[in-house]
Ligand binder design. Sequence first.
Ligand code: SF4
Ligand code: FES
Length: 390
Amino acid sequence: SVEAASVAGIAAELAPRKAPAPVPAPPLAVLLELTHRCPLSCPYCSNPLQLVGMREELATADWLRVLDQAAELGVLQVHYSGGEPTLRKDLPELLRHARALGLYCNLITSGVGVTRERLQELQQAGLDHLQLSIQDSQAAGADRIAGYAGSHERKLALARWCGELDLPLTLNAVVHRHNAERVAQMIELALDLGAGRLEVAHTQYYGWGLSNRAALMPTRAQLDAVTAVVEDARQRLRGRLTIDYVTPDYYARRPKACMGGWAQRFVNITPDGKVLPCHAAETLTELRFDSVRERSLGDIWRDSDAFVRYRGTDWMPEPCRGCERREIDWGGCRCQALALSGRADTLDPVCEKSPDHARVRALAEAESAAPAPEFVYRRLRTTGAKAATD
Ligand code: SF4
Ligand code: FES
């Protein structure tokens, strides 16, 4: 009929010229950086150099709304992080809300300042799992890295309380040139503390970690020794302790699939509400980052500039575009490409197909062979209180 033809004509006029972009699957996890305040000052921190002050932090109502929107979007896990997330007085309320929404709640904490009563309160509010950082197997080395006397003892106490309260515990040990020789002892410590999982992670050079790269970079021999210790322990402790191992980028031949692929599995929200595809994304200054103060999490995930720009494979240059690993590593890390090759839209120089690969390897070798410079300790609102490393 005429009417049907008209409708078809109008529909044809309205039809987009290009096929609409596919709706991305929801992220698996959202990481809430509740605050950048932290009692520790670790020089390997991946937080940005320009930290967010307390007065700029989102209010409780904002975070509650974000949790609602995360559940609506289909997120499964919430990671409460920072800075030190337990400094937020509203943490129990945020846990209770997430629990009521059916979200799995993980706390990523330095452990300093958390009493047994507070831990119990968090567990009752809905905490499912706790991830505790350790800086070394020995107090002296650990406290020097953390920039906080007595931090190691407090961490051990918290880990033991997790055991007493039956709260699943993962330990995170960041490895670098100052503690690489004690990875075996850190594994023993994880066993002793009853952790179910240990993450042995070589330092990732972002934020403060990038500023301290020369002070932290291990030698190739240190890396090989750590790898051997971890591989042996994985065999020996199968069924007792799961060990995840994060290898160091600068000595690798292929890049990691950073964040499981840009804007594919993960969302990071800064203390002041900016929504990022990864913790270091703000270094990509050409991108615009939307805030949960102005847009919903779902809208941002689906179509904000920062998320769309490097999602999938359309943005890729050669040789990534024709590479068989393009949907395995998704071209590696955009932030690292920018930091080391000067462009975010080029391939990660960790890849040996990059023209910058050999230079990055040589840089790691030279930095690790030279005497370690002093640490630039992480500090809120400064770019570098210094302290001696030795
Ligand atoms: Fe990954 Fe690109 Fe290297 Fe292939 S060329 S391995 S996709 S970074
Ligand atoms: Fe930003 Fe890897 S840290 S993409």
